[in-house]
Design a protein around this ligand. Structure first.
Ligand code: AMP
Ligand code: MN
Ligand code: MN
Ligand code: MN
Length: 284
C-alpha cells in the first residue's frame, strides 16, 4: 500500500483543485491520500467525493501553522472531523491572521518598490486561504525572480523586505483542536526547522506531553539521513511514523504525489491501527 499523508489543493497554496489532485494521486499509484491544506478544510468535501468516485482511500487532514519558541512549525491533523467546532474556530483565527498578514506583506513590498502585491497575490489565491506562495507566484510572473524558491529567498523570509513574523497558534491549542476533532497530530517535515538536537528534543517532549502522536519521518524535504534521524527520534519518544510528499504543484517535481521512499523498517507506521476505525473512508 502506498500512503501519501501530506498534500495541498487550491483550497490553500496548491495548484490543483481537489478533484485534479485526487486524479493525479490515482495516476501516481497512491492508495491512501491525505489532503492537508494550510489552516483550512475547505477542499475536503470535494476531495472525499472524488476519492470515492475514483476508488482511492481518503484521509481528511489539515496542516496547522504554529508558533513555537519564536519559530513557525507545522502540525498535521490526520483523520479529522472537519465539522468539529473547536477545530473550525481555531482555523478561523489563523485565517484572520493570514488576511491581516497579507495586507502587511503588501504594505512592506510597496515600501520596497513593488506595487499592488496584495491585489496580485489575491488573484492567485482566488478566494482561498492566502499564503506567501501566492505572493511568490505573483512576483515570479512580474519578473522579480526566476522561480518561487528565489522569491522566497530574496523577498519573503526573515530579514527580507516582505517578511512578516508569524503569530500563529500555540502548540497545545493546535494539538488540542486536532484531538477534539478526533484526529491524530503529527509534526510535519521536522528536519526543515533546522533545530539543534537539544531544541528538537524539547519540541518532541512538549508535543508528546500535549497529546501529539506522530512524526513525519519521511517527507520530500528530507534527505535519507534526515529520515533515519527522525525514525530514531520517533522511536525514542514513542511517536508513530508518518510519510508525505507535501505535494503543491506538478511543477515542483521534487515533491511529486506518492514519490517518497518507504518508512525506515524500525518505525511503527501511523496507520497500523487505522483499520476498522473511522479515520479513513475505507472502501473495502
Ligand atoms: P505561509 O504559510 O503563507 O507562510 O507560506 C508557507 C508556504 O510557503 C509553505 O507551505 C510552502 O508551500 C511555501 N514555502 C516556504 N518556503 C519556501 C521556499 N523556500 N521555497 C518555496 N516555497 C516555500
Ligand atoms: Mn505550502
Ligand atoms: Mn509545511
Ligand atoms: Mn504542507
Amino acid at each position: 500500500m502506498k500512503y501519501d499523508l501530506h498534500s495541498h489543493s487550491d483550497a490553500s497554496d496548491g495548484a490543483l483543485s481537489p478533484e485534479s489532485l485526487i486524479r493525479r494521486a490515482v495516476e501516481r499509484g497512491v492508495d491512501v491520500l491525505a489532503l492537508t491544506d494550510h489552516d483550512s478544510t475547505e477542499g475536503i468535501a470535494s476531495a472525499r467525493q472524488a476519492a470515492a468516485a475514483q476508488g482511492i482511500r481518503f484521509v481528511a487532514g489539515v496542516e496547522i501553522s504554529v508558533t513555537w519558541s519564536k519559530r513557525t512549525i507545522h502540525i498535521l491533523g490526520l483523520g479529522v472531523d472537519s465539522d468539529n467546532g473547536a477545530l473550525q474556530t481555531g482555523l478561523q483565527g489563523l485565517r484572520k491572521f493570514r488576511t491581516w498578514r497579507a495586507g502587511e506583506i503588501g504594505r512592506r513590498l510597496a515600501k520596497a518598490g513593488i506595487a499592488d502585491a496584495l491585489q496580485g497575490a489575491s488573484r492567485y489565491a482566488s478566494g482561498s486561504v492566502i499564503s506567501r506562495t501566492h505572493f511568490a507566484r505573483f512576483l515570479v510572473d512580474g519578473g522579480y525572480a526566476k522561480d518561487v524558491r528565489e522569491v522566497f529567498k530574496h523577498y519573503l523570509v526573515n530579514n527580507k523586505p516582505g517578511y512578516v513574523p508569524g503569530n500563529w497558534a500555540d502548540l497545545e491549542s493546535a494539538v488540542g483542536w486536532i484531538r477534539e476533532a478526533g484526529g491524530q497530530a503529527v509534526i510535519a517535515h521536522p528536519a526543515r526547522y533546522k533545530l539543534s538536537a537539544t531544541k528538537m528534543r524539547c519540541l518532541l517532549a512538549e508535543f508528546c506531553e500535549v497529546g501529539g502522536e506522530g512524526l513525519e519521518v519521511v517527507s520530500s524535504s528530507h534527505s535519507a539521513n534526515d529520515s533515519r534521524n527522525m525514525a530514531q527520534l520517533a522511536n525514542q519518544f514513542g511517536l508513530l511514523a508518518s510519510c508525505g510528499s507535501d505535494f503543491h504543484s506538478p511543477e515542483q517535481h521534487w515533491a511529486e504525489l506518492g514519490r517518497i521512499p518507504p518508512l525506515p523498517p524500525q518505525c511503527t507506521p501511523l496507520w497500523d491501527q487505522w483499520t476498522q476505525s473511522r479515520k479513513t473512508d475505507l472502501l473495502s
